[in-house]
Design a protein around this ligand. Structure first.
Ligand code: HSE
Length: 409
């Protein structure tokens, strides 16, 4: 019997217990073993739960119990999850987690500590919920060169954008729906301001390069300013609006960022809807590899975590290539402003012909969109450096720019 402890008995933590119960026979068949949830660490009581007698309030009960070999951290946040994870490693316990904030901020130190103590640290559920992209990228794609990643990695915002597009629902209504379905983070800012996706693209970029960027190096833009006019312009011009996390491997470094994008309908990412996530990894040898599935919710996330548990139980995880992330140094992460994009631009104007002239004078080639609402002119520009675009917008040379959304290349 393998004894585990679950830290945090919320949506994901309670899902782990349910997946273990549901898959008992499968677990026995695959591992020739069983999983026993010996402890649950939570501040709350769960009087109605069959696990009510296993709830403890003090982490040291778990750390000091030699029978517990795997700790499942589903608490979220950096502290005290970091200290609890380190304490588990020091006590010779492996840890699995869905905590992207922790992995994105402290992955280097945690991986190093796990190696030092001869235990395992896995985080399949931290990106893409139930989608098995992390193990696949670090094992099956390890001998390819991952050059480009574009991902819709936040289920809540994808749900919101889908409802705005297909249901004509307002942003606020769609967010409420997402929260009631348990998709959104407790603080929706992490979802809608791109912070959750920022952490996820940091993790995937580190898998691609073995170098973990710092949060401050990764541009993240909110999607709360996306309006129904943007969604409509995207449809008229053959695009979908999506919140996309992107990574580009450059000659001597990398660049990574999260922002709303006009995704061409020819790209499979344009068709990822509802709470689903889609991650496209472009490799030097294989070309495009596409991952698709449920990126949030109790069961998908918990199922990915239980697969991490069974990977440790069967010894599979020990046989996997060891991750040795390092911090990025010097100018390895190229600032966002140095990137070039083509942009969707909407300008409020009394004279569309004057605006046409201005656009062509300042930005050169730009395709004018048909069917712009009265009092507006809309364009898709040629590729321009972000720095130049910003100075054109901030300097007022384009007139009253109401919307600026980068097109996915
Ligand atoms: N709030 C996150 C999402 C949960 O909506 O994708 C999964 O990380």
């Amino acid at each position: 019997m393998t004894n585990i402890a679950i830290l945090g008995f919320g949506v994901v933590g309670s899902g782990i217990a349910r997946v273990i119960e549901t898959n008992e026979a499968e677990i026995r068949r695959l591992t020739s073993d069983t999983i026993n949830v010996k402890y649950i660490l939570d501040k709350r009581e769960f009087p109605e739960s069959p696990y009510k007698d296993r709830v403890v309030k003090d982490i040291s009960v778990i750390i000091s119990d030699p029978e517990v070999s795997i700790v499942c951290e589903a608490m979220g946040g950096v502290h005290p999850a970091y200290e609890f994870t380190m304490a588990a490693f020091m006590a010779g316990k492996s840890v699995i987690t869905s905590n992207k904030e922790l992995v994105a901020n402290c992955g280097v130190e945690l991986m190093h500590a796990a190696r030092k103590h001869g235990v395992i640290y896995l985080f399949e559920a931290s990106v893409g919920g139930g989608i098995p992209e992390i193990r696949s990228m670090r094992t099956s794609l390890a001998m390819d060169r991952m050059e480009k990643i574009d991902g819709i990695m936040n289920g809540t915002t994808n749900y919101i954008l889908t409802r705005m597009k297909n249901g004509g629902v307002s942003f606020e209504e769609a967010l409420k729906e997402a929260q009631s379905l348990g998709y959104a983070e407790a603080n929706p800012s992490a979802d809608v301001d791109g912070i959750d996706a920022q952490r996820k693209i940091m993790i995937l970029s580190a898998i691609a390069t073995n170098k973990l960027a710092e949060e401050a190096q990764v541009y993240a833009e909110t999607m709360t300013k996306i309006s129904s006019m943007d969604v409509d312009a995207a449809s008229r011009s053959g695009h979908s609006v999506k919140l996309v996390g992107s990574f580009r491997k450059l000659e001597d470094g990398m660049t990574l960022y999260v922002c709303p994008r006009f995704v061409p309908l020819s790209d499979p990412l344009a068709h990822i809807e509802d709470v689903f996530n889609g991650i496209k990894v472009t490799c030097a040898m294989t070309g495009d590899v596409m991952y698709y599935g449920r990126g949030a919710g109790s069961y998908p996330t918990a199922a990915a975590m239980v697969s991490d548990i069974t990977a440790i139980m069967t010894g599979c995880a020990k046989g996997e290539l060891i991750m040795r992330w390092r911090h990025t140094e010097g100018e390895y992460v190229v600032p966002f402003e140095e990137n070039s994009f083509s942009y969707y631009v909407r300008i409020k104007t009394d004279s569309v012909s004057d605006t046409d002239e201005k656009i062509h004078l300042v930005l050169g080639d730009a395709k004018k969109l048909e069917g712009a609402p009265l009092g507006y002119a809309e364009y898709i520009t040629a590729e321009i450096c972000e720095k130049d675009m910003r100075s054109a917008v901030d300097g007022g040379t384009l007139g009253e720019v109401e919307s600026l959304i980068r097109v996915l290349d």
